[in-house]
Design a protein around this ligand. Structure first.
Ligand SMILES: Cc1cc2nc3c(=O)[nH]c(=O)nc-3n(C[C@H](O)[C@H](O)[C@H](O)COP(=O)(O)O)c2cc1C
Length: 142
């Protein structure tokens, strides 16, 4: 653990004063069924969410939703994955116990041979400039 001005870093996470959590992991992965119920979350996702796997798997993915996120973003996510099979966008997620983190998510639809559909989200960390643009855009949306 190291401290530097208003930051505390531990286990690859950096906690900023305003609640934002920065991370070093390359990607955060989760999968849902076709209704958006979480079926799998990677260790990196669980670490950011600050939740054990049994508190996420089986729950709707909005369990990590941050109230600052506009409904329009998730409407476009669901419209796009259902019509085109993919969506990309910026998401601010809530961390259990307080705090939040930003991701750049790519959500994909995958249908297996028996016709069962699932959705996969792979998230990487956005740049500060991308986060700033997302904050400004989302402030204009419902
Ligand atoms: C594969 C997949 C991953 C998702 N990941 C997130 C996520 O990390 N954070 C989030 O708030 N919503 C995520 N969603 C969207 C949620 O299902 C949900 O639509 C959103 O949280 C808004 O909640 P609501 O639909 O109840 O309004 C994801 C959906 C899918 C299909």
């Amino acid at each position: 653990m190291s401290t530097n001005n208003n930051e505390i870093s531990t286990d690859g996470l950096t906690f900023l004063d305003d609640g934002e959590v920065l991370y070093n992991d390359l990607y955060l992965l989760s999968e849902t069924d076709e209704k958006g119920i979480v079926q799998y979350a990677s260790d990196s996702f669980l670490k950011l969410a600050n939740m054990p796997t049994e508190e996420i798997v089986g729950e709707p993915h909005n369990i990590v939703r941050h109230p600052d996120m506009p409904r329009a973003a998730f409407k476009s996510l669901w419209d796009d994955v259902q019509s085109k099979g993919f969506w990309t966008g910026y998401v601010k997620n809530q961390r259990k116990g307080g705090g939040y983190y930003w991701v750049y998510a790519t959500v994909l639809r995958s249908t297996d041979k028996s016709g069962i559909t699932k959705y996969i989200s792979i998230r990487v960390k956005p740049s500060r400039e991308d986060i700033q643009r997302a904050i400004e855009l989302y402030a204009t949306l419902d």
